[in-house]
Design a protein around this ligand. Sequence first.
Ligand SMILES: [Zn+2]
Length: 442
Amino acid sequence: MEFNSRSFGKRRITVLLLVVLSVLFLLLKTCKHKKIEKIESVFHKSEFSGSTVSKSKEDKLEFKRKVRRGENLASILFSENVDQSLIPAIISKTGEIYDLKKIIAGNSFLISFDVNGFRLFRYSIAKNKYVEVSKSGNGLISGRIVEIPYEIRVEFVSGTIRGSLYESLTILEEGGGELAEHLAALYEYDIDFNRDIRRGDSFTILLEKKYLKGKFLGYGRIFASEFVNRGKKTSVIRFASQKGKSSYYHPDGKAVKKMFLRCPLPFLRLTSGFGFRKRHPVTGFSAVHNGIDLGAARGTIVRSTADGRVFSTGYNRFRGKYIVVSHGNRYKTHYYHLSRIRKGIGRGKWVKQGSVIGYVGSTGRSTGPHLHYGLQRGGRYINPLRLNSPSRNPVKKCDKERFGNSVKIIFSLFEIGNTDILNDYLKQLIFNSALNLIGDSI
Ligand SMILES: [Zn+2]
């Protein structure tokens, strides 16, 4: 813990103390009969001992390498000088627990010997999973699949947008592309990450990060997030109802999930700031045009922006291939110039929000691949970008007080989360306490 009195002001300390105190106070108050034992079990120990080609004191020999092209289990065991009389038993044991066809070039394995010859064979099937077939003292061959639990840490990730969201996060750290997808999914009701985001936008996310032997492997749940888009901050928090169902809400208690997605196109992994803007023009809405045009590469998937029922599909010389979906009695959405309508999508078919209904094209009156997206309310065309999309399932009355407290605490953590005035242990302690309050725990 770095504790440099010049590095932070009195205000910071005050905020910090307030947060710590209020977390403790609220926990005592709201979780009277909840156990808070979990706080101490922050880290799981990995049981996998790192193995390279080595010779240990007990005369153990280990060979570790990748499966080569054309090799199968038999040839691997043979080439690594495993006693030929054991090979059939090792193969059949492996085959009992794992599909031998999945032993393929590029994946790594390890074979270990001791004074009695073959000891074990390990084949990794995932970053944290391997098949292990071993010989015991009495010569019996046995097999198992070993899965090493990830070590989960709760951390803050923050950054500023420079190019596209994808680029900005890729620069940020390993796994940025995955995080961009998570964020895009979390905000797809509020922000269109293909079009709305600007240089200088910023974000802070409180989330789980998975590690294996200290190495970052990927992301888990997002607990809370703040995204500042063109000066407007949109905050989201994960919260579990009394019944234990977790969903995402805005701090006012409204559900993040709304009736309409902001954009029928998916989050595109765009790169290069210039091309990004050029390839994604949007013509403004006008009463004559009856919708907006979204530029995208031919073949890009088109999603229904809300649950509904296909009203019509077809072709005409203006719309090209098109789909109209009705959502209850009041709303209809229109998708034109498609290259293709998805198989099975026809009049009367029920579609889910976000499900693929067609693909971007340039059919009908169109000068290049783009999607024309229109939205009708009560028969009149309205600007989909201006729609104040209805949101359902807000926080329930019985959960309101706990939700209010959660919002207060979690977002005050944002004040201290990125500083180094707390050491990792204290941070995890506070995060875990706070997460217990919102109904999620590690
Ligand atoms: Zn258009």
